[in-house]
Design a protein around this ligand. Sequence first.
Ligand SMILES: [Fe+2]
Length: 213
Amino acid sequence: MARPTVKTYKEQKFDHLRGLEGISDKQVEEHLSLYAGYVKQVNTLNEELAKLRADGKASGKNAEFAELTRRLGFEYGGMILHEYYFSNLRRAAEPKPAASSPLATALGESFGSVDQWRTDFQAIGEMRGIGWVILFEDPVTDRLTNHWVTLHQEGIPAGFKPLLVMDVWEHAFMRDYKATEKAKYVEAFFRNIDWAIVERRLQETQAIRPAAA
Ligand SMILES: [Fe+2]
């Protein structure tokens, strides 16, 4: 059976992200336009690479082909991780997952308790450098682990399911906080987590993110 035509990616809307606590609307607005740039770049790169393939220029010795291919992981990562990040935020959020929820149970099993998991996740967020902190589930063993991802693409274990994604690039907070105040932003992030979404990501077998339209 023929596969349907591959669609281009569309910028997802995150209109619910207003009135967060400690993350201003202006900050969110700027961040969303930066995300839109990644969506555009993914589409452009895919087109450019397809053209090179069609022209018979897909060669490891072709510097243009190699550079565009290297950029593909960065741009895809930038698009996908921002979609996870924005969709795991909401206004008027609960401070932590419900005590008896499957998520709280899973965090307890892997980290000792929800609080111990949070201490670990926040500690990673305060590491030097730019990137992401991600709570992943290994779908093979059900173990949950916190990871540091450099840029957008280095450090993601293949096939792991992202449950909670926190952007710790400076662009994520520098309208609201100083470069030296990343810990304050991390605290603010924790006041705006949509635990119901994190819970759903845990329950669903497949990774959930706003689908490419
Ligand atoms: Fe970002």
